[in-house]
Ligand binder design. Sequence first.
Ligand code: ADP
Ligand code: MG
Length: 238
Amino acid sequence: MSTLELENVSKQFGTMAALEPLALRIADGELVCLLGPSGSGKSTLLRIIGGFEMPTGGKVLIDGADVARTPPEKRPTAMVFQSHALWGHMTVEGNIGFGLKLRGLKKPEIAAKVDAALRLVGLAEYGKRHPAQLSGGQRQRVAIARCLVLEPKILLMDEPFASLDQHLRDRLREEVRQIQRKLGITTVFVTHGQDEALSIADRIAVMSMGRIEQVGTPAEIYTHPQTPFVAGFIGDMN
Ligand code: ADP
Ligand code: MG
């Protein structure tokens, strides 16, 4: 049950403005895609929400509390990266349970939560395997389970399926959508794929050169595109 509000969030890297002061409000349980070409500032914005980057200015409000200066592990957020970054020497269970161990949970409690997370991503039988024994899609499911087991209020995903083939990407996107709906978890999903944003988002925030140029439902964005990035894509479809 969480809302996310960005107020005047900006980011400078030296003299380069990666993000101009921008605002965005995401409702409880909503899935919002940040859509834009490479270099438009999507990852920077997501990293600021997750606490991996400090904004130069502005507020990041989660349920009304400003977390802009709070470290990632103290935020009610969890992030799935493009590369899964699982630990190869640990089993799937070990990977998923590691964060809970750090939080001081007892073994039986960890086992129960890990089991539930594995079932959620359809990998109930895979807990004892090592990441090298899994397919790319299965590894990315483990990465998702590793985030969900922490019971975050907000799930952050940065092009999570970019390294997978089209068929698998479509499938995992659908799975994420179902899990997201089931848990009602507020989600920010970064992509440069218009088709991906169109099929998964409740609303899309279109980014360009460090700005949010347009926010709306997929239908609004695609019937009245206000950016060349989206308009060009629609042109290609017709
Ligand atoms: P996107 O995810 O949309 O491709 P990014 O947020 O990664 O865009 O990058 C936005 C801009 O900020 C780019 O011009 C990029 O080169 C720059 N940038 C990102 N991270 C850093 C950094 N750590 N140091 C300097 N410049 C960066
Ligand atoms: Mg990026």
